[in-house]
Ligand binder design. Sequence first.
Ligand code: COA
Length: 328
Amino acid sequence: MYASFRSIGAYAPKKIYDNSYFESILDTSDEWILKRTGIKERHIADENEFTSDMGVKAAEIAIERSGLKKEEIDLIVCATISPDYFCMPSTATIIATKLGLGNITAFDISAACTGFVYALSVARAFIESGMKKNVLIIGAEKLSAITDYSDRGTCILFGDGAGSAVISATENKEEAIIDIHTGSDGSYADLLMTPNGGTGSEHDELASETCFMKMKGNETFKVAVRTLTKDVVEILETNKIQSDKIDHFIPHQANYRIIKAVGDALKLKEEQVVLTVAKYGNTSGASIPMAINDIYESGKLKHGELMLLDAFGGGLTWGSALVPFAGK
Ligand code: COA
C-alpha cells in the first residue's frame, strides 16, 4: 500500500494587519518590512477564534474535496506550536470532536514551521504500515497569541491560519508520495523559541507575556538558507530527480529573501516557486498547506503534478518531501 496526497484545504481569518498597522504601533516602515521580508499582510484570528476553529475550517474543505465521508477518516494529526491548550487536551482531539469524529486516534506534533512535513511523514508511515487508510493532517496556528507586538524584529513576520490535507492509501504507485526527509538539531534551540511556560522555563510564572516567541532573526536567516538548500538538494539527488522536473516548489513561507536564495541555488524558474508570504506572512505549521491550497484554488495545481515541499523551523527542525498531487 502507498500513501497519496488526495486533497487540500485552507482557512485564513478575515482580520488583516497590513504593514501600515505596524507603522502605527512601532518604529518601522512599510518599505523596511517589504524590502527585508516581502510581507505585505498577515491574517489575524479574533480573540475568541482558536487554533482548533481554524483547523476545523481547513479540514472540512480538505475532507469535502477528498470525496470521502468524514467517517472514513481514521487518524487526525495536528501540527501546531500554538495549541488551544499548552499541555492537554491536544488540538487534534478538539478538532476531531468539532468535526463530529469523536472516537478516533488523534494527536498533535510539535515541529514548529516543519510541522506539516512531519505530519505528512507520520501519515505516510501509518498508511504504508497498513495501520490506517485515510489520515487527516492539519497545520494550524494562532501565532498572534504568542507574538510580542512590542518586538519589531519578530512581530512583523507572523500571521494566523490553517491548512489541511487528506492522505489516503492507494495501490497506484504513480500517485504515491515519493520520499520524505526530516531532521532536527536541538543545539540551535535558542535561535527561535518560546523560553517560558514549560517545565524548562526561565521563570516560575506562566503569564502569557512571558511565553512569547523570541528569535535571533539574523542568525536564523543564515541557517534557514543553508538548511533549506541542503535539504532539497539531498532529496532530489537521492531520488535522481532534476530540479526542472518539479512543477511546484513549495517552501515554508518565512521570508521572500530566504525563498529567493534557495530558489536561485536550485536554479528554479520563477514559475516553479510558490510564493504566498506577501499575503499571509509566516504562519509556521500552516504555511505550506496554505500555499498548496493557494495554487490549487487558482487552478495551477493539477492531478499528477510533482510538488517539492521544503520546510525549516524552530527546534531546529527541517524536512522536505517529493509529492505528486493525487487530487482532482
Ligand atoms: N523595522 C525597522 N527596523 C528594524 C525592524 C523593523 N521591523 N526590525 C529590526 N530592525 C532593525 C534592527 O534594529 C537593526 O537596526 P540596527 O542596525 O540599528 O541595530 C536593523 O534593522 C538590522 O537588523 P537585523 O536583525 O540584522 O535585520 P535583518 O536584515 O536580519 O532582517 C529579519 C530581520 C527578522 C527580517 C530577518 O533576520 C529574518 O527574516 N530572519 C529569519 C526569520 C525567520 O525566517 N524566522 C522563522 C524561521 S521558521
